[in-house]
Write a new protein. Structure first.
Length: 299
């Protein structure tokens, strides 16, 4: 049974966009995934997003995606939300992934804007609506035009919010003005999908984070969130500023690469990457250590 959700916080407040651990030979590491999931929930995460960008979803098979959901639900599904990435740039394929995620026990779906194809807004509306119609699971949209090439416009977000199962948005648009308008005009639960903007997005109405840096600083992110919720804006700002080197360091290159490097340095399950992603160079690894140490994380 999943944790209790509310309309205001349908997937909790702090979620990690979890990497997919692989074994030394590049195979799916289900035992490692379960150990990492337990570690992240123990650290304070309300939920985990699996099979997303940080989970190297472009390189995992449909069968591997289902196996991963099943394993993570088995490990932590009674105490954390497990949200499964189901979005692709092919609506039919996305529906298949959504149904498979539901069958595997996921508590919700993450649906990214279709990438590469650059569909018009009506195409986005129909695509996301079809995913929401495909299962009984609540859906979190994922608006990331830097990867997809197309933003979900405010009018489209407002229309999609009318669907009873489209309940949240992961915002990686980097536009506080557009976020402000969409939050004001819809009842979507708003999650920051850009760690550097976690605090700014809270200030305009976001309720939580889907974070990458939470692989290493979940307690600090929870403290930032609690400070904001209780009105201690000075403390929230101080935590935000302390974490600036972490936000910067974890995204000097592609975030999966740095996250797996940090996990491996900590002795946590991460493993290698699948091409086209490659490991950090020794110089990049040294820089990551410096960046994280400056933010209070010592590897």
């Amino acid at each position: 049974m999943a944790p209790t959700s509310t309309p205001q916080t349908p997937f909790g407040r702090v979620l990690t966009a979890m990497v997919t651990p692989f074994t030394a030979d590049g195979a799916l590491d289900l035992d490692g995934a379960q150990r990492l999931a337990a570690h992240l929930v123990d650290a304070g995460n309300d939920g985990l997003v699996v099979n997303g960008t940080t989970g190297e979803s472009p390189t995992t098979s449909d069968a591997e995606k289902a196996q991963l959901v099943r394993a993570v639900v088995e490990a932590v599904g009674d105490r954390a939300f497990v949200v499964a990435g189901a979005g692709t740039n092919d609506t039919r394929h996305s529906l298949e992934l959504a149904r498979a995620a539901q069958d595997a026990g996921a508590h919700g779906l993450l649906a990214v804007t279709p990438y590469y194809s650059k569909p018009p807004q009506e195409g986005l509306f129909r695509h996301f609506s079809a995913i929401a119609d495909a299962t009984d699971l609540p859906v979190m949209l994922y608006d990331i035009p830097g990867r997809s090439g197309v933003p979900i416009n405010t009018e489209t977000l407002v229309r999609l919010a009318e669907h009873p199962r489209i309940v949240a948005n992961k915002d990686a648009k980097g536009d506080l003005g557009r976020a402000s308008w969409a939050i004001a005009r819809s009842d979507l639960a708003w999650y920051s999908g850009d760690d550097m903007l976690n605090l700014p997005l809270l200030s305009v109405g976001a309720i939580g984070f889907v974070s990458v840096v939470s692989h290493v600083v979940t307690p600090e992110l929870r403290a930032l969130l609690e400070a904001h919720v209780t009105g201690d804006v000075t403390k929230a700002k101080e935590i935000h500023q302390k974490l600036l080197p972490v936000f910067t360091g974890m995204f000097r290159t592609q975030g999966v690469i740095t996250t797996k490097a940090a996990l491996n340095l900590q002795g946590l399950p991460g493993g290698p990457l699948r091409l086209p992603l490659v490991d950090l160079s020794p110089e990049e690894r040294d820089q990551l250590k410096v960046d994280l140490a400056a933010g209070g994380v010592h590897l």
